[in-house]
Write a protein that binds this ligand. Structure first.
Ligand code: DGL
Length: 260
């Protein structure tokens, strides 16, 4: 048996959004152990500078490595944009899996269509995302929709209701002179708001997140490095949070077990 195979996979995010990726990971990799670190104390990352997000991402990664993580999933589009390249340079042997908005699948499914990419203001300014968007410039009408203030709804556990609806209408209504074909959820918090977003975007809009692809990539990397767990028992999931308020762990468990 490979010693490392029972070590946990470390996940981090600015808060609880990355739990949407973790849920998919547990579905695809039920025998793995996971440690999930939510940096809610320092959230949101989406309105911080590139340098601040980079430093926080380095800290989160070393916290997970000190606990024996065999791979790191940056379960945050904002942190992936700001830190993935640097972290890969610092830890060249470590599998580091990032997440980026699923713009490519959206354009392939809706060529020439109107596609809205919802993400944090920081993520939408990162070089990495700008380069990705530029590739599809002439293949669809792609709108960038910065959603500062939206992740906070998930952090509060507020997944529906009037206040959320008002927020979404304010953002979406100016785009609705013609129907939107797809909405890309470019922040890992947003899949928890999928029902509310779908209502505002309209029945014709396909809502797309990149979680399944990210986890397929994690699986592929673990396989390549011979790091997949060989246990036949269900793996363990441990939640950690930088906030001293224990309510964050309770809310993390709630989001993790939320029915689809
Ligand atoms: N969950 C993070 C992402 O995927 C961002 C939330 C934040 O602003 O901290 O981009």
């Amino acid at each position: 048996m490979n010693q490392a195979s029972h070590s946990p996979v470390g996940f981090f995010d600015s808060g609880m959004g990355g739990i949407s990726v973790l849920r998919e990971a547990v579905r695809q990799l039920p025998h793995e152990n996971f440690i999930y670190f939510g940096d809610s104390y320092n959230a949101p990352y989406g309105i911080k500078s590139h340098e601040e997000v980079l430093q926080l991402s380095k800290k989160a990664t070393s916290l997970l490595l000190r606990q024996g993580a065999k791979a790191i999933v940056i379960a945050c589009n904002t942190a992936t944009g700001a830190a993935a390249n640097t972290l890969r340079r610092i830890y060249p042997q470590l599998p580091i899996i990032g997440i980026e908005p699923a713009v490519k699948p959206a354009v392939l499914r809706h060529p020439g269509g109107r596609i809205v990419v919802m993400a944090t203001p920081r993520a939408l300014q990162e070089e990495k995302l700008l380069r990705l968007l530029a590739q599809f410039d002439d293949k669809a009408e792609v709108f960038r929709l910065p959603c500062g203030g939206l992740m906070e709804f998930v952090e509060r556990g507020e997944l529906d209701g009037n206040r959320l609806n008002r927020y979404l209408h304010q953002r979406f209504d100016p785009l609705f002179d013609r129907p939107v074909d797809a909405v890309v959820l470019g922040c890992t918090h947003y899949p928890f708001l999928k029902k509310a977003i779908a209502k505002v975007a309209g029945p014709q809009a396909e809502i797309i997140d990149g979680n399944a692809g990210t986890v397929r990539e994690l699986k592929r990397r673990l396989q390549c490095e011979n790091l997949l767990s060989d246990s036949d028992q269900p793996g363990q999931v441990i939640f950690q949070n930088s906030s001293p308020d224990p309510a964050y762990i309770a809310r993390s468990e709630m989001l993790f077990h939320l029915p689809e």
